[in-house]
Design a protein around this ligand. Structure first.
Ligand code: GDP
Length: 515
């Protein structure tokens, strides 16, 4: 093996570009990626893709002469015929980055992992906040990119407007005083997509992307999750060296041995070279999304890192004192990328709001999560993960709320509602009516009750709560404790009251003094 930092030039081989697609939500990133996948992964293989592992590889065949190329593009015929001439096939690896705002963090890592990016801008909408955010990330990470102006088949497509808007955001296209290549495309008709792929290969050539086949294998973690049948699965992208089954592997927080290696189509492989996406089974603990991995000698394996399946989610609920009026959450998500995205947002909210995370982990909601929620008086927030019957029953019988959704914003909305509830001023005192004695005059009703919380005060205004809703208000005309006039009666004590209201009181009514 050679030193990764100083590879011998004679060992250097060309590798395909790793490309991330970025841009505003709904501008067509997924549709474009789908179109490229369908038309450039040979049909019989494409059938094998059951679920994305975060990246896939395509083969691009050279374009014909410009004239026929144009006519083909215009007729919307996708290029599917593989050539016999193997040398003419060139490869591109696409990172399937989630385009949602909530995934900014992963996306910015996507741009780091990627050699090149495609900035997608819809021709009908032009530049939007996430387009600008993407431009910023590309600039900060110094990632080369080409622009795809999408949805050009739409009636209201305005390519010139997009070009001008890009220019005013410092993205200067070729022919517009700059060097950045662009291609108008339609992911619906396929127009321009082959030209876009060619532009990417051209940009990659300029970048001179190489790897050292004798180097220690290394790359990045794209996703990591727990599969019930197969155990911990990490999808990775190889950037240097050649990764092989049986090798020991480590990241800053996790380690293991590659027991199973699969390519992006789910086919087992003995080894994979850059820039291949790969699925690895054999990590002992869950690696973090975006971490770098490398193959290691067994003796070099570090101790297990700080994050592993048994340690996550074991915050000490006892550390939360009863006095702290905070919303306590236990976060669950189907995979580590989703967990990281959601937990990142919740942590940002926690900087400003009374909110504490008692634990976070990958997988379905289990009994331990519910037990932790019971002892920590927490709400369980489950992103793309569910609770099986057992844990759900345990939660229901202990009045533990499990909020589960596939949509991150629904979960954030629920958290917001809980916080609003929490921020409501605590009532000064509540009294439950246990007996009604005299109701001849609604303004002079005589009732008896018990102070349920706080202190109940003479002359106070109160709200009347019946069956969990406020049905009216009233005022204490006279308050007595053990048949003597009292200024206030404290929690747990009984009181007799002369009260005035439009409403006729009933036993069971709760009188709530708010200030
Ligand atoms: P993403 O959020 O950026 O991944 O956007 P999507 O790929 O989900 O696309 C958003 C919407 O735009 C979908 O309804 C697509 O069908 C539509 N769309 C995407 N690309 C095109 C295109 O080239 N032409 C037209 N007419 N519609 C498109």
């Amino acid at each position: 093996m050679t030193d990764n930092k100083n590879p011998k030039t004679e060992n250097l081989l060309q590798r395909p570009p790793i490309v991330a697609v970025m841009g505003h939500v709904d501008h067509g990133k997924t549709t474009l990626l789908d179109y490229i996948r369908k038309t450039n992964v040979a049909e019989r293989e494409a059938g094998g893709i059951t679920q994305s592992i975060g990246a896939y590889e395509i083969e691009v065949h050279p374009l014909d002469e410009p004239k026929s190329r144009e006519s083909e593009a215009n007729r919307g015929i996708p290029r599917q015929t593989p050539r016999d001439d193997f040398a003419s096939i060139r490869k591109i690896t696409f990172i399937d980055t989630p385009g949602h705002e909530a995934f900014t963090k992963m996306r910015s890592r996507g741009a780091n992992i990627a050699d090149l990016a495609i900035l997608v801008v819809a021709a009908d909408e032009g530049l939007k906040p996430q387009t600008k955010e993407s431009i910023k990330i590309l600039e900060e990470t110094k990632t080369q990119f080409v622009v795809a102006i999408t949805k050009i088949d739409k009636n209201n497509a305005d390519i010139e407007r997009v070009k001008n808007e890009l220019a005013s955001n410092n993205v200067l296209l070729e022919g517009y005083g700059g060097q950045i290549s662009y291609q108008p495309v339609s992911a619906k008709t396929g127009e321009g997509v082959n030209e876009l792929l060619d532009l990417i290969l051209l940009s990659a050539e300029i970048e001179h992307l190489t790897y050292d086949k004798n180097a220690v294998a290394s790359g990045y973690i794209l996703e990591a999750k727990m599969d019930r049948q197969r155990g911990l699965e990490a999808s990775v992208i190889v950037k240097n060296g050649v990764i092989k089954v049986g090798e020991f592997i480590s990241t800053e927080t996790a380690k293991g041995k590659i027991k199973i290696l699969e390519n992006f189509l789910g086919k087992s492989a003995k080894e994979l070279s850059p820039s291949s996406p790969a699925l690895i089974i054999g990590f002992e603990t869950l690696p973090q999304v975006g971490e770098e991995f490398s193959a290691v000698e067994k003796t070099d394996l570090p101790e297990a890192g700080p994050v592993n399946l048994s340690s996550i989610g074991q915050a000490n609920p006892l550390a939360i004192t009863k006095e702290t009026p905070a919303l306590r959450l236990i976060i669950k998500a189907s995979d580590s990328g989703s967990l990281e995205a959601l937990s990142g947002i919740i942590k940002a909210i926690a900087q400003q709001k009374p909110l504490k995370i008692l634990g976070e982990s990958v997988g379905d909601v289990n009994d331990n999560d519910v037990k932790m929620a019971i002892s920590g008086k927490a709400v369980i927030i489950a992103f793309k993960s569910k609770a099986e019957k057992g844990p759900k029953y345990l939660a229901d019988t202990n009045k533990i709320r499990i909020i589960s959704s596939e949509i991150i914003y629904e979960l954030l909305k629920a958290i917001d509602d809980f916080l609003l509830e929490l921020e409501k001023p605590a009532p000064l005192g509540t009294l439950k009516i246990l007996a009604v004695f005299n109701q001849n005059d609604p303004q002079k009703q005589i009732v008896g009750g018990k102070v349920e919380s706080g202190v109940f005060k003479n002359k106070a205004q109160f709200g009347i709560e019946r069956n969990d809703s406020i049905i009216g208000s009233g005022r204490v005309v006279n308050l007595q404790q053990q048949k003597k006039d009292a200024v206030e009666v404290s929690e747990g004590k009984e009181a007799g009251l002369l009260v005035s209201s439009e409403i006729m009181f009933k036993t069971g009514d709760l009188l709530v003094i708010e200030k």
